[in-house]
Write a protein that binds this ligand. Structure first.
Ligand SMILES: NC(=O)C1=CN([C@@H]2O[C@H](COP(=O)(O)OP(=O)(O)OC[C@H]3O[C@@H](n4cnc5c(N)ncnc54)[C@H](OP(=O)(O)O)[C@@H]3O)[C@@H](O)[C@H]2O)C=CC1
Ligand SMILES: Cc1cn([C@H]2C[C@H](O)[C@@H](COP(=O)(O)OP(=O)(O)O[C@H]3O[C@@H](C)C(=O)[C@@H](O)[C@H]3O)O2)c(=O)[nH]c1=O
Ligand SMILES: [Mg+2]
Length: 283
């Protein structure tokens, strides 16, 4: 399977590189998602059996003041990729987010549930999903959440860094979701790409997140426990941690259709966290 990947240095892109060493990875220099036409040109230049989009504008708070750029990268670019992929008859695996939901209630979100993004990042990712579907080609939209890895910017690395200077941290306890290792997402995306190649009827939107569901504060506690730092965590409500973008309270995701259609099970994020911490501590 000849794969073309958008993204090179991001969390998921780096994990894809471990699984698909022969794939073509396009960095910003080869395909700037903020520039119309570059994705289409890149797809024309690199014939492939499958395309995976692992690039995105992921700075949730900064997006509130960079709406045009976020929408170009997360909305317009994936739509352009999907049109080019459909024209060539190549499946597209596109990664999206729990932040397309408004976080109401406590029930796990199903893929067909009504969306309602709370901020620019979520709205731009929702626009990307709509563009991918509208292109009409074979695709899978994989919504995931709370991504962590040994690389890039993520909550695990933030907590580890802060534990060097703080004995106690205040962390929100009322946002609930499933932390998901970038390595697990990469493995899921590769499997979906393989299945879509032989079974295009599996086209659709799927959820994938780590279990068990947790709060950011309990996630922080598990990180410090595995690191052995002794850092303590104070539970706070979101209202006591003001940010430019609001986050959903309920990010629980129902991942059952992914299991039914692709045989992919939810990973226990605590095991994946052990691998990430081992990698962090070894460098
Ligand atoms: N991080 C998270 O917690 C979550 C992420 N997701 C989704 O998962 C996917 C992968 O995210 P993740 O790996 O964490 O992302 P990262 O933020 O780690 O990486 C994003 C990648 O996108 C690239 N990129 C950003 N802007 C552009 C641009 N204008 N042109 C070309 N490339 C660009 C970055 O390149 P560069 O290094 O040059 O900046 C980087 O390689 C995304 O679709 C994201 O929305 C979903 C849920 C949670
Ligand atoms: C650093 C810190 C954060 N927080 C809170 C803020 C926020 O509600 C939560 C997580 O902070 P982050 O900034 O890491 O989270 P955020 O960047 O919003 O993470 C999101 O990224 C995008 C790309 C996604 O798609 C989502 O699935 C999700 O992973 O923790 C504290 O309460 N205390 C702290 O000391
Ligand atoms: Mg962030």
């Amino acid at each position: 399977m000849k794969a073309l990947i958008f993204g090179k240095t991001g969390q998921v892109a780096r994990e894809l590189a471990r699984l698909l060493p022969d794939a073509v990875f396009l960095g910003r220099d080869q395909a700037d998602l903020g520039v119309p036409g570059m994705c289409e040109a890149a797809i024309a230049a690199h014939p492939s059996d499958v395309i995976i989009n692992a690039a995105a504008y992921t700075a949730v708070d900064k997006a509130e003041s960079e709406s045009d750029l976020a929408h170009a990268v997360n909305g317009a670019a994936p739509a352009e990729m999907a049109r080019a992929a459909a024209a060539q008859g190549v499946p597209l695996v596109h990664i999206s987010t729990d932040y397309v939901f408004d976080g109401g209630g406590e029930a796990p979100w199903k893929p067909d549930d009504e969306t309602g993004p709370l901020g620019v990042y979520g709205a731009s990712k929702l626009a990307g999903e709509q563009g991918v579907r509208a292109a009409g080609g074979v695709h899978a939209i994989l919504r995931t959440s709370w991504v962590f890895s040994a690389h890039g910017a993520n909550f695990v690395k933030t907590m580890r860094r802060l534990s060097g200077t703080h004995d106690q941290l205040r962390v929100v306890a009322d946002q609930i979701g499933g932390p998901t290792a970038a390595a697990d997402i990469a493995a899921a995306a590769v499997r979906m790409a393989q299945v879509l190649n032989s079974t295009p009827e599996q086209t659709g939107t799927y959820h994938f997140s780590g279990f068990p569901e947790t709060s950011w504060s309990d996630f922080a506690r598990e990180i410090f426990s595995q690191l052995g730092t002794g850092t303590t965590v104070e539970d706070i409500p979101s209202a006591d941690y003001p940010t430019p973008a609001a986050r959903p309270f309920n990010s629980r995701m129902d991942c059952s259709s992914l299991r039914a259609s692709f045989g992919i099970h939810r990973p226990d994020w605590r095991n994946s966290l052990r691998d990430v911490i081992a990698e962090l501590e070894s460098t």
